[in-house]
Structures are given as C-alpha cells and as structure tokens.
Write a protein that binds this ligand. Structure first.
Ligand SMILES: Cc1cc2nc3c(=O)[nH]c(=O)nc-3n(C[C@H](O)[C@H](O)[C@H](O)COP(=O)(O)OP(=O)(O)OC[C@H]3O[C@@H](n4cnc5c(N)ncnc54)[C@H](O)[C@@H]3O)c2cc1C
Length: 498
C-alpha cells in the first residue's frame, strides 16, 4: 500500500468541467486545499450551450455569481431566436419540445433561464476558484487511484510523464465515462440508447431551406439555431463506434429532413444518445462522485449541468466538514442527491419517449399538450425542469428541507437580502423573534454559524436555521425551544464551542 500519511491536498477533483469547478469554488469558501485536474486545455471542451434554470440561478445569487452569469449571457450573440420563440409562445421552457412550460403560477426568484456557452461557465467558475486559492491544473489526466484509511493516492499523467498526488478525498467530476468511478469500483447501471443525436456547429453553404427552431417529423427531429448549431435525432439506429464526422451529420439531416446540406467552417460535431445511467453509489470510502460521473441522461430540457452544479453545492460544505474532522454529514450527500437525480432520469426518459416519431406518439403528444393546459400539471412539469421542486425530506417538520426564498430583511446593520447573507457559505440562523432569543442560544456556534436578528413579518417561522446551500435545516416558533435549536445546530454544524 502506498504511503499516504501526508496528503498534498485535502481534496483532489478529477475534471475541470462546470461541476468540478463549482465544487472547487465551494470548498475554497471553507479553506479546504483543493486541486482540480483537467485533461484538456482551458475552453477545449465541446462547445455546448447550456441552459441554466431557476434553482441554479437562485443558488448563484447566494454565491454572488449571478450578476457575472447574467452579464456573460448579454455578451453571448446568436441565441435570440430561441429566446424569441419562448417569448412568442409566452412559454418559459419546453417539455419534449412542447414549448408550453411556465404558463401557470410557478413563481421563481429568477424571471428567466440563461443560455451560456459551457466555456463561459467554466471561465467564470475557474476565475472564482483560482481567485480564492484553488489550484487548477490543465493537461493532466487522472489514470488511477488507490485509497486507504488516511487518503487517496491518485496517479496523473501529463506531457512530462506520470506523478502521484495524495489527497484526503477525491471527487470524480470527470463526466459520464468517469475514470474515477471505474477505479473506485462503482457500477453504472442503466438503459442502453434507443436513439442517436448528432450536433454540429458551422455554417451552411449552398441551398438553405432548413427552417430555424425545433421540428419533429416522421423520421425524428432536427433543430437549427442562428448561432450555426444543427442537431438531429433518429430512433432505432445503432450509434456508430467511429468518431463522428461532418458527413455523418449531413447524412442524418438528409434522412430526417430530406435536405442535402453543405456544412462549412465546422467548429465541431458530436454524437450523443439517450443512454441513461445512475451510479450504484455516490461514495466509496474517500472517493465521491458528482455531476455526469454520477448520472447521465438525454439532455432534454437542459438539466444535466444544473443537476451537477447543485450536486456540487450540496457536497461542498459537507466535504469541507469531513476535511475538518466531521465526516458524519457526508452520507447525507447521496441520501439527498440521489433521489433528485432519479427524478431527472425519469423525466428525461419520458421526454425522449415523447420525441419519438410515429402516429401513436403524435397522439400522446397531443394529449400531453392538452394536459399541460391544466395549471397544476403545467406547474408540476415546470418546477421539475426548473429544479424548483427540489426538497430534501426526512424531517417530521414539513418546512425543513425546502429552499428558503430570498426576501428583503431589516437588520441592526441595515437593510439586506437573505440571499446576500449566504454568500460566504456560512450557515445562517435568522432570528425573527422580538427578543433575539435564537441568536442568544446560538452564541456557542458563532465561529461557524452567522446569526442575524431581523424583521420579517411573512416568515414561515420565528427562527430559521438555513444551510449553506440555502435549504432549511430547522425552524422554530417563539418562544424558541432552546434544546431543539441546540440539537439542530449540533447535528448539522458540530458541537458547541467549549
Ligand atoms: C448536446 C448537449 C446539450 C446539453 N445541454 C445542456 C443544457 O442546456 N443544460 C444543462 O444543464 N445540461 C446540458 N447538457 C448536459 C451537460 O453538458 C452535462 O450534464 C455537464 O456538462 C456535466 O458537467 P460535468 O462537469 O459533470 O461533466 P463534463 O462537462 O463532462 O466535464 C468533465 C470534465 O472532466 C474532464 N475529464 C474527464 N476524464 C478525466 C480524467 N481522467 N482526468 C482529468 N480530467 C478528466 C473532461 O475533459 C471534462 O472537462 C447537455 C449535454 C449535451 C450532450
């Protein structure tokens, strides 16, 4: 067994995609020494445009990243058609290509989704991660790992050769084909592809009769966006093993639309399927998984990165506590996040089924569209895609586990917002009682917990204990029951200061 007595880093993150970088940002808020290892050069990943939905945006606001995301989107050209399509239909999102979501009563803090190139998200998160002290190493690949009771020895390969780095924990954020998952011995069961999608980014030369937007027909579906993106989907085709080519995409466009395209200035082509898989476990000892390494599914509704970013925000503070000697919370990561992934796998499988060609599915879609006219149905699906239905169960108190809505607050130090009070990742005890009873009880935890007395007449309780990820850990009524609050503080954030 390798000597692992002295670790080089508290945490090594394999994969500098959106999820790995978000996790690095989270860990650095708690001073956890963090290395991100990414095999590609910065920005060299597939140039996908990712839809970022309401719950992720609400979380970005609680990390002071939202304004950067919004400003970056305003600088991103070429996505207006998609947005216009939503505006024309007064919808805010689609389900299986039915642009009908968001017509009901769902209220979110964030009025719309953002569309951001993946490289932009990575640039913004890498800037925050490195600016707060994470080390991000590009051009190095994780090729093996071995763990014992003290840490994990990770073998990296780069242009110079092979090195071993020791870390207290390793998180595999290395995507659907995760090397970390394989070396940790974690299975990835699920379903095989039923369909193949191809996507390319370039310009069309020659006759151009392909309409903009998303179109389903008896052969599959295709989509064209003004930024030069063309996608197709076909069922009952076995995905080829060879690397995808421009010609393969053009052939697929011809089969689906009947049009022969000439595609020039091609910046990339890719192929993806509806293969749907969920890791058998999210943790094996000191190795954890997050993002696509833990779950893959068809990218219908643009949910994968959102799911993974929220994995990272759920995991970060718990892993930081483990690095600081309190490993007890780590098991709640899988307990909380796995059911959320299962729901996304369910809805993306359903969407892929609803996109199939054929008269039976035509009928199913027509009926589904009628059902989406019912406000309760529309709200239900809208919340699923936005991620605003996320709730961590397990408490007798039905308020616990819900995301705590932002609100203006009047505090002794002046007006603020709840979201702003969570920006440094500290849990928040918000005391809305007249006599600041909860704040007094929490005094022995103020090294870890921010305590704030405020006025909020509409609050769901007299005192709220809010986790770093924005979800409710405990709620109490006046007069606050000291013992209950002490128990909640100890369970979530460790024993009182001596
Ligand atoms: C066409 C398409 C459109 C999509 N659109 C959306 C959308 O609109 N919204 C949305 O939320 N999601 C969308 N997704 C899903 C989204 O892209 C993924 O869920 C997301 O990228 C997952 O992020 P990740 O960081 O977990 O993994 P990845 O993005 O796969 O990143 C993993 C990183 O790890 C690196 N890596 C891999 N192996 C190693 C190794 N051994 N050593 C070092 N580094 C390694 C890779 O180079 C990569 O940079 C889409 C997916 C596709 C295919």
């Amino acid at each position: 067994m390798l000597d692992m007595r002295s670790n080089d880093y508290d945490v090594l993150i394999a994969g500098g995609g959106p999820v790995g970088l978000m996790l690095a940002c989270e860990l650095r808020m708690y001073g956890v020494s963090t290395l991100v290892v990414e095999r590609l050069a910065p920005g060299a990943g597939e140039p996908r445009t990712l839809t970022i939905h309401a719950r992720t945006l609400e979380i970005m606001d609680r990390r002071d990243l939202l304004s950067d995301f919004v400003a970056a989107e305003e600088r991103t050209a070429g996505l207006d058609d998609y947005r216009r399509r939503l505006e024309n239909t007064s919808a805010r999102g689609h389900f299986a290509g039915m642009f009908l979501l968001g017509r009901g009563t769902v209220a979110t803090e964030q009025p719309r989704e953002l569309l951001l190139p993946r490289a932009t998200i990575e640039t913004l998160l890498a800037r925050r991660a490195t600016g707060t002290g994470a080390v991000v190493r590009h051009g190095a690949e994780v090729v093996g790992l071995e763990q014992n009771a003290d840490g994990v020895a990770v073998t990296l390969e780069d242009a110079q050769g092979s090195t071993v780095i020791r870390a207290g924990f390793v998180v595999g954020c290395d995507g659907g084909r995760s090397t970390v998952r394989r070396h940790a011995g974690i299975d990835f069961p699920g379903t095989e592809p039923q369909m193949v999608s191809r996507m390319g980014l370039g310009s069309l030369t020659g006759p151009d009769r392909l309409p903009m937007g998303w179109h389903r027909n008896e052969h599959g579906w295709f989509m064209r966006m003004p930024d030069g993106r063309i996608s197709t989907a076909e069922w009952d085709h076995v995905p080829p093993q060879a690397p995808v080519t421009d010609e393969e995409l053009a052939e697929s466009v011809r089969r689906v639309t009947g049009e022969r395209i000439q595609f020039a200035d091609v910046r990339f082509v890719s192929r993806f399927t509806d293969s749907t898989r969920l890791a058998a476990q999210y943790r094996a000892g000191r190795v954890l998984l997050a993002g696509d390494a833990a779950h893959v599914h068809y990218p219908a509704g643009g949910q994968g990165a959102n799911l993974g970013l929220q994995d990272a925000v759920n995991l970060g503070w718990k892993l930081a506590a483990a690095c600081q000697g309190r490993p007890g919370l780590l098991d709640t990561y899988e307990a909380e996040r796995r059911p959320i992934a299962e729901r996304v796998l369910l809805n993306t499988r359903a969407q892929a089924a609803l996109m199939r060609p054929g008269p039976q599915v035509d009928a199913l879609r027509a009926l589904f569209a009628e059902l989406m006219d019912f406000e309760a149905v529309n709200d239900y699906l809208t919340k699923a895609i936005y991620g605003t239905d996320v709730h961590y169960g397990g408490s007798d108190d039905p308020r616990v586990g819900h995301f705590v809505a932002d609100r203006p607050l009047k505090t002794h130090s002046g007006p603020t917002r709840l979201a702003e009070l969570l920006r440094d990742g500290r849990p928040l005890l918000l005391d809305l009682t007249d006599a600041s009873m909860a704040v007094r009880t929490a005094q022995p935890w103020t090294d870890r917990v921010r305590t704030v007395a405020a006025l909020d007449t509409d609050a769901e309780a007299a005192a709220l204990l809010i986790r770093p990820d924005g979800y409710l850990a405990w709620a109490g009524e006046a007069p606050v029951h000291d013992e209950d609050l002490r128990t909640a503080l100890t369970d979530w954030f460790g024993p009182a200061r001596a």
